[in-house]
Design a protein around this ligand. Structure first.
Ligand SMILES: [Ca+2]
Length: 278
């Protein structure tokens, strides 16, 4: 092996390790459960049991998936949100609550009815504290998406894009623990470009929210029903400590692999030629 070849091999290996570490500590919930069953009580990966808060109609498992262009293909089934003040579903996703750094979630949702009151529908959770909460508000014949750092003590900020029912929206949210008091930060990305999927860098957020009391820690994710909450479908929930962990890109088509292999073969030929000339 020439030094050039050796360094090329090292670079490829390091890139591979970087991809692996970017995906570290992630939880993926594809809702691969029996259709029609209530979500509470379902166990993800033999480790994390969906719990519930309050009472009302259950979130149930429904056939079909929500697909996001450029994102890893969806698997399993999906969750059906009954709308109104339904029974909140809670996924404790770690036995070690997160209390430092930044934690991300991503998911797809598709509303079948508009919200009739303003409330938060999704967010991080720890007992009765909620963070990086997503608010849905009827607007302009459709609805707009808002973000609040906390469920109270932090006024939601709204994105101006009006979405219609029947549209699948891909959401990435984050909560950053910042040392000091009342200074943690929540961010939200709405349909981020698929060009950013798998990136080590975090792209610019659509919404940023601060205010309210800082969370002590986060250990669960909440799907919430409140008075006026919309009905719809929820799918492909991911939680992780990096952007890449919650935005796995779709596996390239076989033709992409062929092009990649062709480029590597060409590089090999050029290296061999160069070493023969040397
Ligand atoms: Ca799914």
């Amino acid at each position: 092996m020439t030094n050039t070849t050796r360094s090329l091999v090292c670079t490829v290996l390091l890139a591979g390790f970087a991809l692996v570490s970017a995906h570290a500590q992630s939880v993926y919930e594809p809702f691969a459960y029996t259709n029609g069953d209530p979500l509470p009580g379902k166990v993800l990966g033999g480790s994390y049991t969906w719990n519930f808060q309050n009472s009302g109609t259950d979130v149930t498992i429904a056939s079909g998936n929500l697909s996001v262009s450029g994102l890893a293909a969806p698997t399993g089934s999906s969750a059906s949100l009954p709308g109104g003040n339904f029974k909140e579903a809670v996924l404790p996703f770690t036995t070690t609550p997160v209390s430092s750094g930044t934690i991300f979630y991503s998911f797809a949702f598709n509303l079948s009815s508009l919200p009739t009151a303003t409330a938060y529908s999704f967010g991080f959770n720890s007992s009765t504290s909620f963070a990086s909460t997503i608010w849905l508000q009827a607007s302009g014949g459709g609805y707009v998406i808002g973000l609040s750092n906390r469920s109270s003590g932090s006024t939601p900020v709204y994105d101006s894009t009006v979405f219609a029912t029947g549209t699948t929206v891909f959401i990435v949210g984050s909560y950053e623990f910042v040392s000091g008091t009342a200074n943690d930060v929540s961010k939200l990305w709405i349909n981020p470009s698929s060009a950013t999927f798998d990136d080590l860098a975090v792209p610019s957020a659509a919404l940023t929210s601060t205010g309210g009391t800082d969370m002590t820690s986060i250990n669960s994710f909440l799907i919430r029903g409140a008075t006026g909450s919309p009905a719809g479908t929820f799918d492909e929930l991911r939680i992780g400590t990096t952007w890449a962990a919650v935005t796995p890109a779709a596996i390239p088509e076989p033709s992409t692999y062929a092009a990649l292999l062709g480029a590597l073969a060409l590089a090999g030929v050029m290296l061999r030629r160069r070493s023969r000339l040397a």
